[in-house]
Structures are given as C-alpha cells and as structure tokens.
Design a protein around this ligand. Sequence first.
Ligand SMILES: Cc1cc2nc3c(=O)[nH]c(=O)nc-3n(C[C@H](O)[C@H](O)[C@H](O)COP(=O)(O)OP(=O)(O)OC[C@H]3O[C@@H](n4cnc5c(N)ncnc54)[C@H](O)[C@@H]3O)c2cc1C
Ligand SMILES: NC(=O)c1ccc[n+]([C@@H]2O[C@H](COP(=O)([O-])OP(=O)(O)OC[C@H]3O[C@@H](n4cnc5c(N)ncnc54)[C@H](OP(=O)(O)O)[C@@H]3O)[C@@H](O)[C@H]2O)c1
Length: 245
Amino acid sequence: MAWEEATLEHKHKWDEGLYTLRLDRTLDFESGQFVNLGVVIEGKRVKRAYSIGSAPGEKLEFFIVEVDNGALTPRVLAQPLGSKVLVNPRPAGFFTLKWVPDARDLWLVSSGTGLAPYISMLRTPEPWRRFERIIVLNGVRYAAQLGYGDELRGWAEQHPGRLVYVPVVSREPEAQGVVHGRVTTALEDGTLEKIVGRLPDPDEDHAMLCGNPAMLDDMQALLEQRGLMVNRRKKPGHITVERYW
Ligand SMILES: Cc1cc2nc3c(=O)[nH]c(=O)nc-3n(C[C@H](O)[C@H](O)[C@H](O)COP(=O)(O)OP(=O)(O)OC[C@H]3O[C@@H](n4cnc5c(N)ncnc54)[C@H](O)[C@@H]3O)c2cc1C
Ligand SMILES: NC(=O)c1ccc[n+]([C@@H]2O[C@H](COP(=O)([O-])OP(=O)(O)OC[C@H]3O[C@@H](n4cnc5c(N)ncnc54)[C@H](OP(=O)(O)O)[C@@H]3O)[C@@H](O)[C@H]2O)c1
C-alpha cells in the first residue's frame, strides 16, 4: 500500500526529547498495534515503527522519545506543527488484547515509551470489561518522563479499585510519589507486592511487556521463575511481549 502524508496537528512536550505527537489522520486498527512513520532524509525515506497511543477511530497519536544520534527521531520530533509526516496506513502487530487469554488481572509493564500501546487499550472499553484489575507499571529514568500520569490517575479515580498505576523512576532518588529503581527491582524487592497486594500468578494473571529489550528479558525471566509462560498462538500462556529494538 502506498505511503500517505499526514499533517502534524498537535505536539505535547513531556520533557526534553520526549513528546506526544498527533496527526490529522484516523485509521482502522486494534489497540496495541503499530504503524510505520517515515520522513525523507537526503532523498531517502527513513521509516520506523511506532505504537499507536490513540484509541481506534481517534486521530493517530504517538509517544516518542528522541534516541541520541537516531536517524529518524531527532528529525520527526523537531518538525513544527503543520508539517507533513509519512504514514504507512497499514497497521500491524499482534500485541493486542485479542490474543490475550482471559485472566483475572492484567499486568501492563513498560519502560519509557513502551507505555503507548497500553494507553490506547485503556482508552477502549475492552480491558475494563475483561479484567478485574489492571496494574500499569511504567519505568523511566526521570520523573518528568512519566507521560500520561494524569490520565492514568484519572482512570484510577473513575474505576475505584480497578487500576493500580505504579510509576517507577531509576535515576532521580529525590523524586516524590514514585517507586525508586527499575520495574524489575520493584518486583524482586517486595515493593510491588506491597503496593498491589499480590504478585503475578499463572493461575490468575496475564502480563504484557513492552519497551527496552533488556527490561523485557529480565522481566520475562522473573515472571518465568513465578511459573508464568510466554503466550503462543498454539500454546496459550501468560506473558505477551513487544520489543521496541
Ligand atoms: C513494534 C514497535 C513499536 C515501537 N513503538 C515505539 C513508540 O511508540 N515510541 C518510541 O519512541 N519508539 C518506538 N519504537 C522504536 C522505534 O521504531 C525506533 O526504533 C526508535 O524511534 C529509534 O529510531 P531512530 O531512527 O531515531 O534511531 P535509530 O537510528 O534507528 O536507532 C539507533 C539505536 O537506538 C536503539 N533504540 C531504538 N529505539 C530506542 C528507544 N526507544 N530507546 C533507546 N534506544 C533505542 C536501537 O539500538 C537502535 O539501533 C517501536 C519499535 C517497534 C519495533
Ligand atoms: N535527546 C534527549 O533529549 C533525550 C531525552 C530522553 C531520552 N533520550 C534518549 O532516548 C533513549 C531512550 O531512553 P529512555 O530513558 O526512554 O529508555 P531506557 O533507556 O529504556 O530507560 C527506561 C527505563 O528502563 C530501565 N531499564 C533499562 N534496562 C532495564 C532492565 N534490564 N530491566 C529493567 N529496567 C530497565 C531504565 O533504568 P536505568 O536508568 O537503570 O537504566 C529506565 O528506568 C536513550 O537513547 C536516551 O539517551 C534522549
């Protein structure tokens, strides 16, 4: 399918190098899927995958961090409102609730912008209908990088006892109101259990993991120690993973 041009119509800066971008374009997709965005650099189209943060039917929204010396992110994030971004209008990926077996609680674990697909899911009725409790972990370096915190806290208030938001900060010991360390250390040292009341259990839970591949590997290993297994189409399990690089 041909690439299409969309216009950048909204840009929110959360912190240096960390933005939400909104395009003037809607698409049919399932929450958790990604699309390829592109920009032309020195005559060549450079494309990268981005999870869609908006709900299906809403204008496309993306949560993007500037990767130091990256080919695309410094360019796309520097573009002013009104500029054109190339979009491949074919959403892709299986990191969606359709492939997640029923469970009591849903654990949504992310590092950095790996939070984006969960924001899209939580903006739809499906997770609220299917799971008793939803636990959202977002691990970042500095507290200012905790994007979508207000929206997450808003959902926790709207759905009492149904959503536990656990912001985790690794490089700012003085940050207030957050868990210090990594999402993995919070699981290992008992902090998560204290906050949530329990830890992921293969009989009752499903965990989705998204973001930094080192975090995914370490978290998957910790969950496997607890008896959870990777979810496969032919062999349903309890862990669904999306790697960003
Ligand atoms: C399915 C999927 C969904 C994705 N969704 C998002 C998203 O919603 N938001 C987002 O910001 N990124 C997302 N990414 C990552 C994105 O596709 C690019 O890899 C990233 O934006 C870097 O592009 P770049 O051209 O600037 O850097 P490049 O020049 O391609 O990369 C430089 C190197 O940086 C590393 N790298 C890539 N991404 C990151 C990162 N986020 N943090 C640290 N190091 C990184 C890799 O080792 C890479 O080789 C997603 C990737 C996949 C596969
Ligand atoms: N140019 C800019 O202005 C700017 C701004 C922000 C970010 N960036 C760049 O953007 C890129 C992405 O940065 P990011 O901070 O979003 O992503 P990140 O490096 O993946 O870090 C996000 C969180 O994941 C944690 N983490 C890393 N490895 C882990 C593991 N094995 N297990 C559990 N947790 C783990 C990190 O902890 P630790 O802190 O302990 O590693 C951090 O808390 C980097 O290249 C960064 O330099 C640039």
